[in-house]
Design a protein around this ligand. Sequence first.
Ligand code: URA
Length: 230
Amino acid sequence: MRVDRFLSNLPRFNRKQVRLLLVARRVRVDGIAISDPHHEVREFSRVECDDEVLQEGRPARYFMLHKPMGCVSATVDPQHPTVLDLIDEPDKQDLHIAGRLDFNTSGLMLITNDGQWSRRLTQPQTKLPKIYYVETEQDIGLEYIKKFREGFYFAFENLTTLPAELTLLGPRRARLSIVEGRYHQVKRMFGFFNNKVLRLHRESMGPLRLDSDLAPGSYRALTLEEVARM
Ligand code: URA
């Protein structure tokens, strides 16, 4: 919300007072005096006027989890353990997943209470590269590389996938970088060649690599620097 609207919504200030407060630079958001009425105030922002705190700001929280296989990317599931079951934090109901993985896919998963951050990360326009380690049932041919670059037509969504970079690591092992996150995308891409994906593991999302110290099922908070880098 814009700071002028945030202030006008408080019973104590009318519009004129808000304008004057801003012009006099008496309002601080996250410690910085501001005069721009469009400056954004979020639920996480600390807002002060002179020496008075108008909003404390909820702490924004960001975690990286090593998702194990056999666990659902959901907050609740009647049958299976969920990734949220692995998180031992207060106010867990505020947390959500930024970029789901299938039941048997393992690897890097981001969990946060910051909806704006997770939306930006996962929306297709952001084109955040996600890197997967893949093992398949059949050999992976050299012709795959060209096809992954050209894209696959997904009839259900009526779209062609954006260029993806496939690197062969062995006859049935590869590393794949994709910038989208369509439903079962990697499995559908290999499915084009009737080649079943037997193992799928997300190694990184953009600049963030899964911490090698994190065993499957464990997690840690992101550092401020990592949050900013994303
Ligand atoms: N693509 C898939 O098919 N599954 C995942 O879990 C992630 C990407």
